[in-house]
Structures are given as C-alpha cells and as structure tokens.
Design a protein around this ligand. Structure first.
Ligand code: F6R
Length: 617
C-alpha cells in the first residue's frame, strides 16, 4: 500500500510529482521520494517521514545544499513515491525511488515481490551491491542488467516476467530520456492522458487536477509513456489499444477511490490486505515462512497468551482456535486492560502475543511490557512499522493492510487474522503437529482467500442491502456463533454497535439458553454465523431454538449449504476450510453494519466517542 506517481510532459515535473504525492499520502507516509530526469542523468531526493520532510529536502537540494544534481530545471519527466513500509525499516535507504548501482534505472513500486530473496541472491552472486533492505530494489537491478542489450521497454518487460507476487511499478532510465514504463500485477496503476503530457499513478487523485481522461492497466499489462501518448502491451509483448474513460468524481470521492466512505473503501481493500500479508510468507506449497520468528523459540513454546483490545482481541480469539487445533499449544486470550491488572501468572517459557493495528494502544502496550518484565517472550502483531509495540516486543510480525483511516477496523482485522493463521501454521510445522498433506491443503486454501474475498465483493451487496433495509430501525441485535464463528459474531456485533449505535450482544450459541434467550421476541434480529464446520449441526439446533420463539434468523452460510428452512435470510460466503472461514464470514457482517449505519444517516468513518488510536486507559 504505497502511492506511486509518474509524469512525462512539458511542465516542471517536481511540482507535479509533489502535488500528486500529496493526494496519495493516505496510502502511506513512512517516507517519500522523487526521481527526475535532469541534464546530468537521474537525480533522486528521499526523506523519512511525511511529505513535508521530502519537500524540505527538495528545497534544500534546490538551494544547492544537497549533493546530487537532482533538480536542475527544466526537468519534465520523473517518478515519485510515498511509502508504507513492509520490507525493510523506515530509513532513507529503504525509501523509494530505488536504483541500480550505476544509477541508470530508477523505479517506484507499490506491492510485494515474493521471490525477491531468490533474485537478490542471484544478483549478489554476480557481484551486485544492494543499497536497501527492500524486496523491490531487485527490479531496478534486473532492468539495468538488460538495458544495453534490449532497451528500457523490453528490459522492463523481461524483468516483469521474472517477478512473482503482486505489485505495480514505474521505471525510468537515463539511457532513454522522456520515457516512463509502467507495469501492473494485482495492484492499481492508472494512466492519466493529457495534451502533450501523460501521468501514471496508483490512484486517480494524483492527477485529477490535470486530467479526467484515464486508462486503467489490468494485470499482466505494461504501458510506455512519452509526452505524446501511451502505448500498451501485454506481458508477452503484444501491443494493444486501451479505451479511455472520463472520471466524474469530485476531489472527495477521488480520495476515497470512488467509494462513498473510507470504511467502504477499506472493506473493498480486504482481498489486498490478506494477499499482501501472506504473499512472500506462503511461497512454499507446504508451509509458511516467518523469518521474523526464531524456530528455536517456536519449538520450545509451551504456552501462548494473546493480549489485545477490541477488534484486535477478536483476531486473537480466532488465532487461539487455529494454534490449539494445528500446533497443539495451549493459548489463553485476554483483553489487555484485564490482563495488566490481574497480576497474571506469566514468565519465562511463555510467549505473549500483543495484537494492535496501531501499535500504540496503551493497554496493549502495558500488557506487553508487564509480560516482558516477568520474563516472557513478547511478539507484536501490528500494522504500523516502527510503532511503539515493535519497540516493546522481542519480535514483530507485520500485517500489511495499508493505512486504515475509517475508525472501525476492517481490513486490519482480516490482516491480523491472516497473521494468526500464518503463526499457527509455522508453529505446527516447527513442532511437527500437522502432516505435510494437511499443511499443503491449508496453505493452498489460505492463498485462495484473497480471490474468494474479491469474488464475494464483486457479486454485489443486494442481499445485505435488503436485510439492512428490513432491520435498520431495530434497537437490538443478537449475534451467535460457535467455535471460530463465535469471534466472527463478536466482531460483527462490535461493528454494528460502534457505527450504528444499536445495542448488540454476541454470545456463544450454546450459551444462549442460559440467559440471552430471554431477550428474544418477534422483533429481534438474530445474526448467526452458520458456515460449514464440524459444529454446524449444533448451530442449526440453536437457530431452531431462535425460530420457535418467533425471532428473525439472519444466517451467514457457506455456498452450497441448504439452510433455507432454518433462516429467514441467508448471507452466502464462499466455501473454504472451516478454520479459515472467519476471513470470509466477517465480510457480510461488516457490510451489514455499514449499510444499517448509512440508512440511519450516520458518519461511519468517524463514529461518535471513538478514536482510531486509544492512547489513554
Ligand atoms: C473497532 C476498533 C477497536 C480497535 C481497538 C484496538 O473497530 O477499531 O476496537 O480494534 O481500539 O486498537 P489497536 O488494534 O490499534 O490496538
């Protein structure tokens, strides 16, 4: 989740790149950089921090304080980047643009190159020196190697075909001034067409001030931009024409990628969030790689305690089921604010996992510190590189959901759940508790999840909209689930209450008859997570208990399951392994909460009384 921008035309490129990056800053602000084609070749300026740091660095260069002849006007071609760190720390060396050792090829990249280790080793064996810790520097090296023989376009195409993962990138070379080459695989890249000037960006807002005529790249396509126009080709080198379309968004809609709110945009980014989080960690068909965690540590672990708050706590609950089932290690889960004040029995030999998307939640940090003081090994699972949680932990496993702006967590939740599965699978492999066949099956299923999420979201939300319309004025919803369906129900209930202000309760379905059943009347909507699982029959019994009391069952069911008679309304999700089902089942519940809140006319991005990062007790 980085922002990339490119320009080739007649105007001074520096201002256009900086203004474009400003519009993409929501995609990441760990560092930023630009590279332009000056009189003396390619020049680059990069800075850690948000765009103002880059602007200051650029101003310094312009005043002649810098070392690189970067900003010799009138440069009219260049590329820019705003980084959301995934591989490599937040440093200037890891900021984009990246370049080859001879400074002939510069690239900006959004996404992840899964096979970078293999490519890096190959290049290092040929004597290449790398100046960053990133996965994407290999792209500049590979293009540069082919440049003399094949030219920039063909060198880029050949490089593209050597990469695995998902990414979009733009390359330029001092050998071919006035040209940019873009390529796309599963990450957005859009061309903006102007008169004698062309733009390329990961998001339309970057060029909306200059043109509304766009051409989107699809997967496995490249584009060659010169001031005169854009030429498209497939990754196989076959040229083709791409129709243009006119963008009718206003500036606000553009920032939200055409969605009406950030929350909806982020719900639609969940396929990407999971894909990026698992990408290079699931390269082996039969296992998971998490180099962040020491195998010795994992082999020796006897007990795991997960501490977190809110939605992150729900991700921890799902992790508990997966770790216990696959790795046979006992797991306790605790809300951080309880753990830290109950004098917990924790110490050497225990592994404590703190899950926090922001990496700054005070209670979670305090719980992690307490555990560490008492001798436990602490692992942070966070979305923010360099956040406090990473400093308070012995090791960190990052989720890679990109910046989340909506206060209600959505894409960071699925990314956290994905990390918990990765952890559970790694642990199971190291401990030898799952055979090769089952591990292979699970890795295969996990890798399919982004596709399943995408397919489900593409199908549209007609059914969910209907359910929302029927129930949005109700004043109470009950959520039920068993096994991993329970944390999904808890999360669905939390989403609804926090953005629609409707009272909700979420219960283990088997517990319903011990109390909550008294709440049911003709009017009560009861949302039941009833996806495929070994406990589905039990869940169906609970649905019947609800139905006979006249309440209204809204069930999340797996594709192909015929639960029609048990539920008044069924929200269908694709089938997957039952343990992985939460990654799919939570999505209709997020959307249901979303639609209900919108029907009630509420601001879902900034619900009342809530903050994105809770740094108080
Ligand atoms: C709910 C939500 C909160 C957070 C909680 C923890 O949508 O966003 O419940 O999950 O405040 O925040 P982090 O993960 O940043 O520690």
């Amino acid at each position: 989740m980085c922002g990339i921008v490119g320009y080739v035309g007649q105007r001074s490129v520096q201002e256009i790149l900086l203004a474009g990056l400003e519009k993409l800053e929501y995609r990441g602000y760990d560092s930023a950089g630009i590279s332009i084609q000056g009189d003396q070749g390619l020049g680059v300026v990069r800075a850690v921090g948000n765009l103002s740091a880059l602007k200051a660095a650029v101003a310094e260069q312009a005043n002649g304080d810098g070392g690189v002849a970067v900003l010799a006007p009138p440069a009219t071609t260049g590329i820019g980047h705003t980084r959301w760190a995934t591989h490599g720390r937040v440093t200037e060396e890891n900021a984009h643009p990246h370049y080859d050792p001879d400074n002939r090829v510069h690239v900006v990249v959004n996404g992840i190159v899964e096979n970078y280790m293999e490519l890096k080793t190959e290049l290092q064996d040929q004597g290449a020196h790398f100046s960053s810790e990133t996965d994407v520097e290999v792209i500049a090296h590979l293009i540069a190697l082919d440049l003399d023989e094949h030219g920039l376009v063909e060198a880029t195409r050949r490089t593209y075909n050597r990469l695995r993962g998902h990414y979009s990138f733009v390359a330029q070379s001092s050998a071919e001034p006035g040209t940019l080459v873009g390529a796309r695989k599963e990450c957005p890249l859009i061309v903006g067409r102007g008169e004698d000037e062309q733009f390329l960006a990961s998001g339309i807002p970057a060029f909306l001030a200059h043109t509304r005529t766009a051409q989107a790249l699809e997967d496995d396509e490249l584009v060659v931009l010169t001031a005169e126009g854009a030429q498209f080709m497939t990754a196989d080198g076959v040229a083709f024409e791409r129709e243009t379309h006119e963008i009718d968004w206003d500036a606000d809609a553009a920032e939200k990628g055409g969605f009406e709110t950030f929350m909806l945009k982020e719900i639609h980014e969940q396929a990407d969030a999971v894909a990026e989080t698992i990408a290079d960690r699931t390269v082996r068909p039969d296992g998971v790689d998490l180099p962040e965690l020491d195998d010795e540590l994992l082999r020796g672990v006897k007990r795991i305690i997960v501490v977190a708050c809110g939605t992150s706590y729900h991700a921890g609950l799902i992790g508990r089921y997966a770790i216990e089932e696959w790795a046979r290690v006992p797991v306790e889960t605790d809300v951080a604010s309880e753990f830290r004040y109950r004098n917990p029995v924790v110490g050497p030999g225990d592994v404590v996992i703190g899950i926090t998307q922001s990496g700054e939640t005070l209670d979670t940090l305090a719980a992690m510190r307490l555990a560490r003081e008492r001798g436990a090994t602490v692992i942070a699972v966070t979305n923010i590189m360099g956040s406090q949680a990473t400093r308070d932990a012995d090791a960190t496993v990052y989720t890679r959901a990109g910046l989340e702006i909506g206060v209600a967590a959505t894409k960071t939740f699925v990314a956290q759940v994905a990390v918990m599965y990765l952890l559970a699978l790694r642990l199971a492999e190291v401990k030898g508790t799952l055979d090769d066949e089952r591990r292979t099956e699970l890795v295969t299923r996990l890798k399919r999840i982004p596709h399943d999420i995408g397919a489900m979201l593409e199908r549209g939300t007609e059914k969910i909209d209907l359910v929302a319309e029927r129930h949005y004025a109700k004043d109470f919803f009950l959520y039920l689930g068993r096994h991993v369906g329970l944390p999904v129900g808890l999360e669905g209930a939390l989403k609804l209450k926090e953005i629609s202000y409707i009272a909700t309760d979420a219960y283990a379905a088997g517990e319903m008859k011990h109390g909550p059943i008294a709440l049911l009347d003709q009017d009560t909507p009861v949302v039941v997570v009833a996806t495929d699982s070994p406990v589905l029959e039990k869940v169906i019994s609970n649905m019947q208990e609800v139905r006979v009391r006249g309440a209204h069952v809204i069930a999340v069911v797996s594709e192909g399951a015929d639960l029609g008679e048990h539920a008044a309304e069924a929200l269908v999700v694709p089938q997957t392994d039952w343990m992985l089902q939460p990654l799919l089942a939570v999505i209709p519940l997020q959307l249901l909460a979303y639609r209900i809140a919108r029907l009630r006319g509420l601001n879902v991005d900034q619900p009342r009384n809530l903050a994105k990062t809770v740094t108080v007790e």
